[in-house]
Write a protein that binds this ligand. Structure first.
Ligand code: FAD
Length: 462
């Protein structure tokens, strides 16, 4: 029976290790037999017996040297598993920003995306790099850091990016007070903002409702990127120029130390960064639940391309944005505006509406948005919200073509009072999501910080 078993083991070894390697393993039993005989059973030993074992060890060492085994962190049976320095879950802007920094540092990178192409918040937004909307300090500095990365990446990947600026329009004296107070602050002196009269506003954007507008604030530190194409173009550039491997239509099912399990098989990685946006249910749901992070649902619209080459130029924002953006939060005149809006815009506030409009490269105008927070958000669009958004915009600007060509919902992660949520749910795994709804503006700075914290030597674009 022992001989039979030995044969089975022998054939198993042949199958699993190959003939040469199995042969070396087959030489070990005599050595084991000597050890058992001498030390366990008490047989008399002769020094010549020990000498006989030497060639056996030598042969094994030789075979090992000729056939190096896969690195030990790859589990047995997965020796053909692809191994990278950094695996990234999610091909939205946060995942791609990590991929850019890591690839430029010469690391091997693989990105896994559930959809055939990025289809989350990163392609559903305004494409607004809102440096001007940041409160002074860390957030403003980081927005400017991120902007330098965008400028480099846009140029390399041929993404449309322009300094469009933004125009805050005041229709009420309370709104004008906030704009004037903000512009007078020392800490915004380097931003080049300008307070404008109603008439002056006309020089900054087309078709403004001069009859309705009492003044405004011109803020040049705002850029527009082509959000519908940016992700796809970045993917193409990263794959072509930096060898980043992209796995689309590939769901990541589980992540553990040095390992990513996907719908297309297992992958090995030194570090894994999960950039799943507002997706908290699949990976590490308990860790996300403990942070109280929720989802935010936004409602958006887009007009037909405007006729005759009509150009809006800057982003247009109104009073509802003044009470939303952190940049204005410390203005002492803000409470008066909030009080007024509580009466004049109760329905807008109930749906978390603040109105932004910007023009796309094809001439269409993107308009938004509303905000609803919660864990279980339905996917129903609301006509009432559309009407409220369009009514507020109509008080600021008369678009030549008001027909709506597209309506959609977008979602992002939200955790009040925070900009980014970083979790360490397992060894070698970091989960990161932007929690203030400004991932386009901040992703590159956040990704650089994360990779630096992981000790992956990146050279930040400056
Ligand atoms: C309507 C709207 C307007 C906005 N406007 C602006 C703006 O103008 N300026 C600005 O700075 N920010 C804006 N934001 C916020 C910004 O878009 C987001 O903060 C940012 O896009 C988040 O990027 P992300 O990569 O984390 O998420 P996403 O873009 O949502 O990407 C996450 C990706 O992860 C994938 N994924 C998740 N789980 C898995 C899994 N298990 N396996 C594989 N793939 C997975 C998803 O399919 C998705 O593609 C806006 C957001 C919205 C919704």
């Amino acid at each position: 029976m022992a001989t039979g078993l030995a044969y089975i083991i022998c054939y198993y070894n042949l199958d699993k290790l190959g003939a040469v390697c199995a042969c070396s393993v087959a030489c070990i039993p005599p050595v084991v037999a000597i050890v058992i005989g001498v030390y366990l059973v008490g047989e008399k030993s002769d020094p010549v017996e020990y000498l006989k074992a030497v060639p056996t060890f030598g042969r094994c060492r030789f075979v090992e040297h000729k056939n190096p085994q896969p690195v030990s962190r790859v589990p047995i049976g997965d020796e053909h598993m692809q191994q990278v320095d950094l695996a990234i879950v999610g091909a939205g802007i946060v995942g791609l920003a990590h991929a850019v920094h890591a690839a430029l540092a010469g690391l091997s990178v693989a990105v896994f995306e559930r959809d055939p192409a990025a289809d989350g918040a990163s392609v559903r937004n305004f494409g607004m790099l809102a440096v001007a909307a940041q409160p002074p300090g860390r957030q403003l500095d980081d927005a400017r850091r991120a902007l330098r990365c965008w400028a480099y990446v846009a140029q390399q990947a041929e993404i449309e990016m322009q300094r469009s600026g933004c125009l805050f329009l005041a229709r009420q004296p309370e709104e004008m007070n906030v704009l004037e107070e903000y512009a007078a602050r020392e800490d915004v002196a380097d931003q080049g903002v300008r307070v404008l009269t109603g008439v002056e506003c006309d020089g900054y954007a087309a078709n403004l409702r001069s009859d309705n507008i009492v003044g405004g604030l011109w803020s040049p530190e705002v850029w527009k990127v082509d959000q519908r194409q940016a992700a796809a173009k970045m993917v193409e550039w990263l794959a072509r120029e930096h060898g980043v491997s992209f796995h689309f239509s590939t769901e990541v099912l589980a992540v553990g130390a040095s390992r990513v399990e996907t719908s297309a098989g297992s992958f090995g990685a030194e570090q894994v960064v999960v950039c799943g946006g507002d997706e908290f249910a699949t990976l590490f749901p308990q860790a996300f639940r403990e942070t109280q992070v929720v989802r935010c649902r936004l409602q958006m619209l887009r007009t037909n391309p405007q006729p005759g080459g009509w150009q809006l130029k800057p982003f247009i924002l109104g009073g509802l944005s003044m009470t939303r953006y952190a940049a204005f939060a410390s203005c002492s005149s803000l409470p008066d505006l909030i009080e007024r809006q509580t009466e004049s815009h109760a329905a807008h506030l109930a749906h978390g509406i603040h109105v932004i409009a910007c023009q796309e490269a094809d001439g269409s105008v993107t308009i938004g948005d509303s905000h609803v927070y919660g864990d279980a958000l339905d996917e129903e669009r609301s006509d009432i919200i559309d009407r409220l958004i369009l009514a507020d915009l109509a008080g600021m600007i008369s678009l030549p073509d008001t027909r709506i060509a597209q309506r959609w919902l977008g979602h992002y992660a939200h955790l009040p009072g925070t900009r980014v949520l970083k979790l360490k749910p397992a060894k070698g795994v970091t989960a990161v999501t932007v929690t203030n709804g400004q991932g386009m503006t901040h992703a590159f700075a956040i990704a650089a910080d994360i990779l630096n914290e992981l000790g992956l030597q990146i050279n930040e674009i400056r």
